[in-house]
Design a protein around this ligand. Structure first.
Ligand code: GAR
Length: 193
């Protein structure tokens, strides 16, 4: 079966992006990373992607001011030009309009550093520690118009340990993210999600 053409959308470091690129190097993996697209020209993940021989592109959201749909139409043009079939958000820190989400219904995944529906939004590790939960984790889900919502594809639980700080807990969750995102993309690319 032909490998699905995937674009990874990033805004920063791109460690989840790197885990998807690594997984996709396997001959038996059902997806290929055809594009890494950033809304920030200085995203460190762009350098990592290029060093792996992956095609990169930038659509700088600051060029569009308050015109969110203009920004997204530019994103869509790039995705279309690269014949992208699936989109993986990986630390892509822009809220998306219902129009863009609608273009990618059932074909756009996001990873979030919490056990959704708990702790949507930012600073999830700090909030998990404040709430005193014993188990935290990460979620891969299909993107819907509402932020950090949409059908869950995969979740992984991560224990909160005595003495954890947001940094130590976040590092443990990030390792788990790097495991589940490639698994979740595999499920979707194989039509099993
Ligand atoms: C990851 O922890 C990801 O789950 C989170 O941003 C980080 C990006 O790191 N995403 C969200 O919070 C989305 N709501 P990375 O650039 O190293 O993959």
């Amino acid at each position: 079966m032909a490998k699905k053409r995937v674009a990874i959308l990033i805004s920063g470091r791109g460690s989840n992006m790197a885990s998807l690129i690594a997984a996709a190097k396997d001959d038996g993996y059902p997806a290929q990373i055809a594009l890494v697209l950033s809304n920030r020209p200085d995203a460190p993940g762009l350098v990592t992607a290029k060093s792996q021989g992956i095609t990169t592109a930038v659509v700088d959201h600051t060029m569009y001011g308050k015109d969110r749909e203009g920004f997204e139409r530019a994103l869509q043009d790039v995705l279309t030009a690269h014949r992208i079939e699936l989109v993986c958000l990986a630390g892509f820190m822009r809220l998306l309009t219902p129009w863009f989400v609608g273009q990618w219904q059932g074909r756009m995944l996001n990873i979030h550093p919490a056990l959704l529906p708990a702790f949507k939004g930012l600073h999830t590790h700090e909030r998990a520690l404040e709430a005193g939960v014993k188990t935290h984790g990460a979620t891969v889900h299909f993107v819907s118009a509402e932020m950090d919502s949409g059908p869950i594809i995969a979740q992984v639980e991560v224990p909160v340990l005595p003495g954890d700080t947001a940094d130590t807990l976040g590092a443990r969750v990030l390792e788990a993210e790097h495991r589940i995102y490639p698994q979740a993309l595999r499920q979707v690319a194989e039509g099993r999600a």
